[in-house]
Design a protein around this ligand. Structure first.
Ligand code: GUN
Ligand code: ZN
Length: 486
């Protein structure tokens, strides 16, 4: 059950663009909420609009712990305290629980506080279990989290002025992640949040992150936005959005800046190593490289610029239908990202069920392209061809001879009727002139499938050039077709 007004506009893979309504206006998704540290407030929240922010997140627990901030927040409200009328999400102190394992507030107290200061999206005091904790601990934490989530929903009921986030935990146990998502969905929240992943991000265990997002997403309602807690690096946005995440928070822009780090959508550079500024944002075109290198404020501003730029790219690519291509480009930047993309291909069957039917022409960009959802879908649809008589299946353009049907083999899809040479997806697919063995194997598996499906009513000739004959599947194909090499 979902109780929020969330309109989806465009879809690609499991990703979507859309908008949801809060008491302080609509927020377009996917989006990044810059994190505002209430103790520092070096950046004016309203200023963040010019970067592209439509919403911010701050920590209610930090405010609550400081007598001065607490009184001010209670008397003026959180929006006035932060100096913005953008929607504000407040976190509960769970992250402090994570870092320092001690929080001096109860779930009910911190929720009541969030409600009283006028937070637009409140967060219960969930218990983030670290990755690879013992199963017993993960289970114990999860049961407590569920109890707190249910208590929170009673305190902040649906359809009121405040929205409530249902946080999903369960460490790296996929059955617990599933149970957590189901339980949160049963209780019914306005948005859902995937928690407990920060250590995975810090240690570059992106393939495990992929497992968690997919496991959780399949049990959450599609009609509510999903927040991925702690994923502020733009390198990850395309991938996480492709798997169905809609909301991100970024403390990274400021934390990295303080550590002298310059963020790009492909990774992070040490500012001290910069001799050139490979960016055209207002900071990088106004200041000299030495000024940028030596100022945490300028680095933070650049970091935030590139983060929002990347999110706009992700949104545009959803609109165009080439989000997979963007993921492939981003995932080439680091081996841990390659691992994540490979893991994503393990879920192509699931992603295919969400994916749109037609989109931007298929670009083959790496061996991962051979396992894309579109290829899997094509394979499933081969049973739509009903063949009779004589059939030529050829890897070359040569169609010499008299045949009732002619199929061309195009890796990674496999056989397609010559008449569909201009059609999406196979006809329009752009593939490199020299294709890898993996893509050929996928294509040959689909050839075999077509042969098996039609072996009783049709006679086949499979014509291929020398580069194909060493593939072990050729022997299988010989069982159904006369193989001509040349
Ligand atoms: N911030 C980063 N991770 C988490 C999490 O798991 N839960 C909450 N509430 N906040 C977070
Ligand atoms: Zn820049």
């Amino acid at each position: 059950m979902s109780v929020v007004e969330f309109e989806i506009q465009h879809k690609d893979l499991m990703g979507r663009t859309g908008r949801f309504r809060t008491c302080h206006g609509y927020v377009e998704t996917p989006t990044i909420m810059p994190v505002i540290n209430p103790n520092l407030m070096t950046i004016n929240a309203e200023e963040l609009r010019k970067y592209g922010a439509e919403m911010v997140i701050t920590n209610a627990y930090i405010i609550y712990k400081s007598e001065e901030l607490r009184e001010e927040a209670l008397s003026r409200g959180i929006h006035s305290l932060l100096g913005t009328d953008m929607p504000v999400m407040t976190d509960s102190g769970s992250y402090q629980l994570f870092e320092y394992s001690d929080v001096e507030v109860s779930n009910a107290e911190i929720l009541e506080f969030q409600r009283d200061i006028g937070s637009d999206i409140c967060v219960p005091l969930d218990i983030p279990t670290p990755p690879y904790a013992s199963r017993a601990r993960a289970l114990r934490d999860l049961e407590e989290t569920h109890k707190r989530l249910r208590e929170a929903r009673l305190m902040i009921p649906p359809h009121g002025d405040r929205m409530l986030a249902g946080v999903v935990q369960g460490s790296t146990y996929m059955d617990l992640r599933q149970e957590s998502a189901k339980s949160a969905a049963d209780t019914g929240f306005d948005i859902y949040a995937i928690g407990g992943v920060v250590p995975l991000l810090e240690s570059y265990r992106f393939e495990t992150l992929v497992d968690i997002i997919v496991t959780v997403k399949r049990h959450l309602p599609l009609s509510a936005p999903v927040h991925l807690f702690g994923a502020g690096h733009p390198m990850l946005f395309a991938l996480a959005v492709a798997l169905g995440c809609d909301i991100f928070d970024s403390a990274a822009y400021a934390i990295y800046a303080k550590a002298g780090r310059y963020i790009t959508s492909e990774g992070t550079k040490r500012a001290q190593d910069l001799e050139f500024l490979p960016c055209s944002c207002p900071i990088c075109t106004t200041y000299t490289v030495d000024e940028v290198k030596s100022s945490a404020d300028l680095l933070a501003a650049h970091n935030l610029r590139v983060s929002f730029e990347e999110m706009r790219k992700v949104k545009q690519s959803i609109k165009e239908g080439n989000l997979w291509e963007l993921c492939e480009m981003r995932c080439r930047a680091h081996p841990a990202m390659v691992a994540a993309l490979r893991r994503m291909t393990c879920y192509s069957e699931l992603i295919e069920r969400y994916d749109r039917v037609t989109k931007h022409p298929f670009f083959y960009l790496s061996e991962c392209s051979a396992h894309r959802p579109e290829v899997l879908r094509y394979s499933k649809r081969l049973n739509r061809f009903k063949l009779y008589g004589s059939v030529l299946i050829t890897t070359s353009q040569s169609q010499a001879g008299e045949f009732d049907h002619v199929f061309i083999v195009k890796p990674p899809f496999g056989p397609y009727p010559v008449e569909l040479g201009e059609s999406y997806p196979v006809g329009q697919a752009e593939i490199p002139a020299q294709i890898d063995e993996g893509a050929k194997t996928v294509a040959l598996r689909n050839v075999l499938r077509l042969l098996e499906l039609n072996s009783t009513k049709a006679r086949f000739v499979f014509r291929c050039d020398r580069s194909w004959v060493d593939n072990p599947l050729i022997e299988e194909i010989r069982k159904y077709a006369e193989v001509e090499v040349g």
